[in-house]
Design a protein around this ligand. Structure first.
Ligand SMILES: *Cc1c(COP(=O)(O)O)cnc(C)c1O
Length: 374
């Protein structure tokens, strides 16, 4: 099969073995054979973030990654309590929108998108609002590639007795996460990112007793209720409604490949890829939006150069026709594009990419290294 190198922020490049794992004999997902597959996947998903088999669980949903954000926010807020969103990017802003849609009380604690949130300010808000029961933030803000200090935030959240939910969609199964040490009560992801599987299944991982407690919280959604789905899994070993069957088979294969590669080795590979992206961009003179020491090491968000011959769509098309996908994005008023280190790719793919990329820039007449007015 033709191998495309996806440098967009997910879905990621997958292995052929994962693609092929979807081709299976037809099966009704209510069969015990399928239930066993789900059971193992649920355990493995907890293991990837070093959760405790007794205390923690994973709950799967049929949908893209946003469903996990929706589920955690709408299901884990007790009556007459408030959510605190620590917001320094597009994904936390999406969480704010979810709160608005459900009409849930929340505080939107905004920080500049190119800065890390201030722990002092977070603590101040927690101190002044003792009705905050749920605190939410994003681990790696995929729009900018900034890494938020979740361990430190989580320690504060727990000191004030709230539940800590982290959107780890763009770090899970890439950057090592230990939900206990990182003070995370719930994290989440979706199969098409770090796991390098297919779109269509997403999951929430976290503390069983908190889910059980949420049984009596206000029910704001039917399809996206965490307790309802958890309870059905516990009783019947499967999703309440039809799962994405073939996607689950691909996910099983991807998890096997994850453990075969190993947590540390996989992170080393992503780091290799990221370093190759970073140094290639630097060599061509491109500027990153986020300070190097604050980057999560998975997403490079790059400012468009000021060269009049630069055209994102032209360079995109040039690369795309040659098997490489790059991704545009606007950050505040700055035009940017992103190159991401997700997926089943390695350093040599990035070397191949830069050959094409540089050739494209030269054909367009962009002067190299690229320049910026300021
Ligand atoms: C990809 C991503 C999501 C989910 O986006 P979908 O388009 O619904 O898959 C959520 N949060 C973060 C941080 C992401 O990177």
């Amino acid at each position: 099969m033709k191998r495309n190198i996806l440098l967009n922020p997910g879905p990621a490049t997958t292995t052929d073995t994962v693609k092929q794992a979807q081709v299976v004999p037809d099966i009704c997902p209510r069969e015990q054979e399928f239930v066993e597959i789900m059971k193992q996947i649920r355990k493995d998903l907890v293991k990837i973030v070093h959760g405790d088999e007794q205390d923690d669980t994973s709950v799967l949903f049929c949908g893209s990654g946003t469903i996990s954000m929706d589920v955690c926010l709408n299901s884990l807020l007790p009556e007459e309590k408030k959510i605190l969103i620590i917001n320094n990017g597009a994904y936390s802003s999406r969480a704010v929108e979810i709160c608005e849609y459900y009409g849930m009380p929340f505080i939107n604690l905004e920080f500049p998108i190119d800065e890390r949130p201030s722990l002092e300010l977070i603590e101040q808000v927690l101190k002044e609002n003792n009705d905050i029961a749920l605190v939410y933030t994003t681990h790696n803000e995929t729009g900018t590639g900034i890494l938020n200090p979740v361990r430190e935030i989580g320690a504060l959240v727990h000191r004030y007795g709230a539940v800590f939910v982290v959107d780890t969609t763009s770090t899970y199964a890439m950057r090592p996460i230990d939900i206990k040490k990182d003070n995370i009560d719930f994290c989440m992801a979706s199969a098409q990112k770090g796991l390098m599987a297919m779109t269509g299944v997403s999951f929430v991982i976290g503390n069983k007793s908190i889910i059980e407690r949420s049984k009596d919280y206000p029910k704001r959604s039917y399809y996206c209720n965490l307790y309802l789905q958890y309870d059905y899994f516990e009783k019947h070993g499967e999703m309440h409604f039809t799962p994405p069957v073939q996607t689950v088979y691909a996910m099983r294969q991807a998890i096997a490949e994850y453990f075969a590669e190993g947590e540390q080795e996989k992170w080393k590979r992503h780091t290799r890829v990221y370093d190759a992206l970073y140094s290639g961009l630097e060599r061509l003179g491109f500027q990153n939006v986020i300070k190097k020491e604050w980057q999560a090491g998975l997403v490079a968000a790059v400012k468009y150069p000021d060269d009049p011959n630069w055209s994102f769509s032209a360079i995109h098309d040039f690369c795309y026709e040659r098997g490489f996908t790059i991704y545009p994005g606007k950050i505040n008023n700055t035009e940017t594009f992103r190159l991401c280190a997700l997926g089943a790719i390695d350093e040599t793919d990035i070397e191949d990419f830069f050959e094409i990329f540089e050739e494209g820039l030269k054909q367009m007449g962009v002067s190299l290294p690229v320049y910026y007015q300021k």
